[in-house]
Design a protein around this ligand. Sequence first.
Ligand SMILES: *[C@@H]1O[C@H](CO)[C@@H](O)[C@H](O)[C@H]1NC(C)=O
Length: 149
Amino acid sequence: MVHATSPLLLLLLSLALVAPSLSARKCSLSGKWANDLGSNMTIEDVNENGEFYGTYDTAVADYPQNIKESPLLGFRQNRARKPTFGFTVRWKFSESTTVFVGQCFTDRSGKEVLKTTWLQRFPIENTDDDWKATRASSNFYTRLRTEEE
Ligand SMILES: *[C@@H]1O[C@H](CO)[C@@H](O)[C@H](O)[C@H]1NC(C)=O
């Protein structure tokens, strides 16, 4: 039988207490993020109602020379440790609109990733062109580390 004061038992006990609290840390949306295409976004503090705003700097567009930083506005669910969220980007250089849905994940080392899927609606002149008006894809975001951090 293992004695209660055995150092090994104490170590195992403390690991059992510490490991869940690391993985249990709530994933935070606030901050600067970069996706797999090189686009960046900054999300400001999420308020108590789950509302947030931010800015989006896309790396890709049909006319890249026109790209301008654009505002985003969204909601995040409040209770889950891996919260779902959604936001809309109103592009400043295009008449299209994009909506994102996603979920915020934190791994055991504390590294966060946002998994997202988006739809983008382009304006068309008449309903005959409706078939080509919407694009959809998925992207993931990790924290953007800048030199001053
Ligand atoms: C994203 O941020 C990185 C690092 O600051 C920068 O080099 C890059 O140009 C940015 N991309 C866009 C699309 O703004």
